[in-house]
Design a protein around this ligand. Structure first.
Ligand code: NAD
Length: 249
């Protein structure tokens, strides 16, 4: 039987690249996003992909999605929790509304989607891949909400791996370094871009398809003994320690 995947945040960026790679590997894909016009545009012309609008932070909407997915594809072999938002600001200027909005999509969304699709994933002994960030692994300024939400995603992944392993479900986490998507470009100034190039051992941003390759591999049988892991796909950024420019001459 043809394998399937659900990809959240599939309308653009890393989620769309992941969708296209799954399709190239002959999976059926359910594309989920809350930006309906962009989701519709992205799904146009993609055969074997079904677009289902949903806000992953809305518990009722996620509950409703389960039935729609069941009717549309019948089985779920992989769940990619990729939908995310970025809102960077100093601690004192991050109001509770901004904190909650980031947590709602980035952390609540992963919890809600994974819980809702656990019965379907048990049936296939499927895989979960949660998209965190290098900000889950390294603290930085302006990321009090974003970084904390992503650290939560990284730990939630381990909770899922430990508890769901006996059902054959693997759960892993991909931590991308910077990629030039709409999300990143909204919060990265030219100065930040230059500083990342300087600090990342490979001296560049990643691209969407480099992140998608890691996600699709983690869902494949080639990763059948890999669970509970955090894979930084970041040009070596996590590996750097004291990255003072003066020490790198
Ligand atoms: P993007 O903005 O291009 O795509 C994110 C998608 O998620 C959008 O289509 C958006 O509509 C959708 N989305 C947002 N909130 C949603 C919700 N509540 N319900 C459903 N869909 C929702 O961004 P991207 O860079 O492709 O980001 C994908 C993931 O990768 C995010 O979780 C992000 O935090 C993570 N990430 C990105 C970078 C980067 O540099 N681009 C780095 C590290 C981690």
């Amino acid at each position: 039987m043809q394998k399937t995947a659900i990809v959240t945040g599939a309308a653009r960026g890393i989620g769309l690249a992941t969708t296209k790679l799954f399709l190239a590997e002959e999976r059926r894909v359910v594309m989920v996003d809350n930006d309906v016009p962009e989701l519709t545009r992205a799904a146009e012309g993609l055969s074997n992909a079904i677009a289902l609008p949903c806000d992953v932070s809305d518990a009722d909407a996620v509950a409703g999605l389960v039935g729609e997915v069941e009717r549309a594809i019948g089985r779920v072999d992989a769940l990619i929790n990729n939908a995310g938002i970025a809102d960077f600001g100093p601690i004192e200027e991050t109001g509770f509304d901004r904190w909650r909005a980031v947590m709602a999509t980035n952390l609540d969304g992963v919890f809600l989607m994974s819980q809702a699709f656990t019965p379907a994933l048990k049936a296939t002994r499927g895989a979960i891949v949660n998209i965190a960030s290098i900000s889950a692994l390294r603290a930085s300024t302006l990321r009090v909400a974003y970084g904390t939400s992503k650290a939560g995603v990284a730990h939630l992944t381990q909770q899922q791996a430990v508890e769901l392993g006996e059902h054959g479900i693997r759960a892993n986490c991909v931590c991308p370094g910077p990629v030039r998507t709409k999300l990143a470009m909204a919060v990265h100034t030219q100065e930040i871009i230059d500083a990342y190039h300087d600090a990342i051992p490979l001296n560049r941003y990643g691209n969407e398809s480099e992140i998608a390759e890691a996600i699709v591999w983690l869902c494949s049988d080639k990763a059948s003994f890999v669970t509970g892991q955090r894979l930084a796909v970041d040009g070596g950024f996590e590996a750097t320690g004291i990255g003072l420019p003066a020490l790198r001459e």
